[in-house]
Design a binder for this molecule. Structure first.
Ligand code: FE
Ligand code: FE
Length: 303
C-alpha cells in the first residue's frame, strides 16, 4: 500500500513539474538557424566579423560620453525631419547594415522581419509585440544619407551597438570595456564615480543613455503610438546588454524598471537568436505588418 501511495505521489509531482515547465515558464526560443548554438551569438573575440566590430566599439567608446549623448538628443528629438508612415520608413532599412553586429550582414529590413516573425510564432496573440519587434531597429534610419528625408547619415558608432549609461562609471560588463579609456569622461571627477550625476535607484528614465537607435524610436513610439508600456521598454532598452544580459547598473534602477526587465529579456531572445540567412520575403509578410502597424500608429509619423 505504502509503495502504491509513493508511486502516485511521484506521478503527481512529475505531472505538476511538466505542467509548470511547459506552460507557466516564460517561453524559451531556439535559434532559427539550426546550425548555430546560442553560445555562438555575440562572439566578441574571434567571429568572422571581428575586425569590423572591434573598430566599431573603439570609435563608439572613444566618442560617446555624456556631452555627445546630450547633443544628439537635442539634434534628433525635434521630429522635424519628415513625415512618413512607419511602413514607408521601414523600407529604407533595406539599404542599412549594422557594423556592430557579429552575427549578421543581412539588411536591417530582413532583420526586422525575422525578429517580428519569431515573436509572432511564440506569442501569436500579442500583436503589440509583433509591432514592437518589427520597428525595434527602425531608429537605424539615422544611418541613411538622404536629404529628402532630412537624414544626413550619422556615423555607425552614433547609431548602433550596445548601450550604456553616460555620466557615471562605465561598468566592466560592457563589451570592449578597455576602449572607454579613450573617452574624455573616463577620468572625469564626477562621471567616473559609481553613481556619477545620478541618485541611487533614481530609475532609468532619469538616466541619460549613450545615444543610439533605441532612444530615437522609443521617443517616437512614446508620443505617436498607442503601444503599451512593455513595448516601449523593449524599444528603449533592447541594446542595453550590460543591464538585461549581464545584470549591471541595477543600482540606478527603480522597482518599475525591475518589473519591466523581464519583457526586455523576453524580447531579446527574438532579436538575437532569429538572426539567420534564411528569411521569409518582405512581400509575404507585408499585408499583416501593414495592418497591425496602422492599428498602433494610426497616423503618419513625424520623424
Ligand atoms: Fe537594435
Ligand atoms: Fe535588432
Amino acid at each position: 500500500m505504502l509503495v502504491e501511495i509513493g508511486f502516485v505521489l511521484v506521478l503527481l509531482v512529475a505531472g505538476a513539474y511538466f505542467i509548470f515547465s511547459t506552460f507557466l515558464q516564460p517561453k524559451k526560443f531556439n535559434a532559427i538557424d539550426p546550425e548555430k548554438k546560442k553560445e555562438e551569438f555575440r562572439n566578441y573575440e574571434d567571429s568572422a566579423r571581428q575586425e569590423r566590430v572591434q573598430n566599431f566599439y573603439r570609435e563608439q567608446h572613444k566618442n560617446m560620453g555624456l556631452e555627445y549623448a546630450k547633443m544628439m538628443r537635442k539634434r534628433h528629438l525635434k521630429f522635424d525631419k519628415c513625415v512618413k508612415t512607419v511602413w514607408e520608413m521601414a523600407e529604407y532599412l533595406e539599404q542599412v547594415t549594422d557594423d556592430s553586429d557579429p552575427d549578421t550582414d543581412l539588411s536591417q529590413l530582413m532583420h526586422a522581419v525575422q525578429t517580428a516573425e519569431a515573436c509572432r510564432k511564440a506569442y501569436p496573440d500579442k500583436d503589440w509585440m509583433h509591432v514592437a519587434a518589427f520597428i525595434h531597429d527602425l531608429g537605424k534610419i539615422l544611418l541613411v544619407d538622404d536629404p529628402k528625408l532630412g537624414l544626413s547619415g550619422d556615423p555607425q558608432w552614433a547609431v548602433v551597438g550596445d548601450n550604456y549609461p553616460v555620466g557615471c562609471r562605465f561598468d566592466e560588463a560592457n563589451v570592449f570595456h578597455e576602449y572607454f579609456k579613450l573617452n574624455e569622461d573616463w577620468d572625469h571627477p564626477k562621471y567616473s564615480t559609481k553613481f556619477g550625476v545620478y541618485e541611487p535607484h533614481c530609475g532609468l528614465d532619469s538616466v541619460t543613455m549613450s545615444w543610439g537607435h533605441d532612444e530615437y524610436i522609443y521617443q517616437i513610439a512614446k508620443d505617436q503610438s498607442n503601444l503599451p508600456e512593455e513595448a516601449l521598454y523593449m524599444l528603449r532598452y533592447h541594446s542595453f546588454y550590460p543591464w538585461h544580459k549581464e545584470g549591471a547598473y541595477m543600482h540606478l534602477c527603480n522597482e518599475h524598471d525591475m518589473e519591466m526587465l523581464k519583457w526586455v529579456q523576453c524580447f531579446n531572445q527574438f532579436d538575437l537568436y532569429s538572426k539567420s540567412d534564411d528569411c521569409p520575403t518582405v512581400e509575404e509578410v507585408a499585408p499583416y505588418y501593414k495592418k497591425i502597424i496602422e492599428k498602433y500608429f494610426p497616423n503618419p509619423v513625424r520623424w
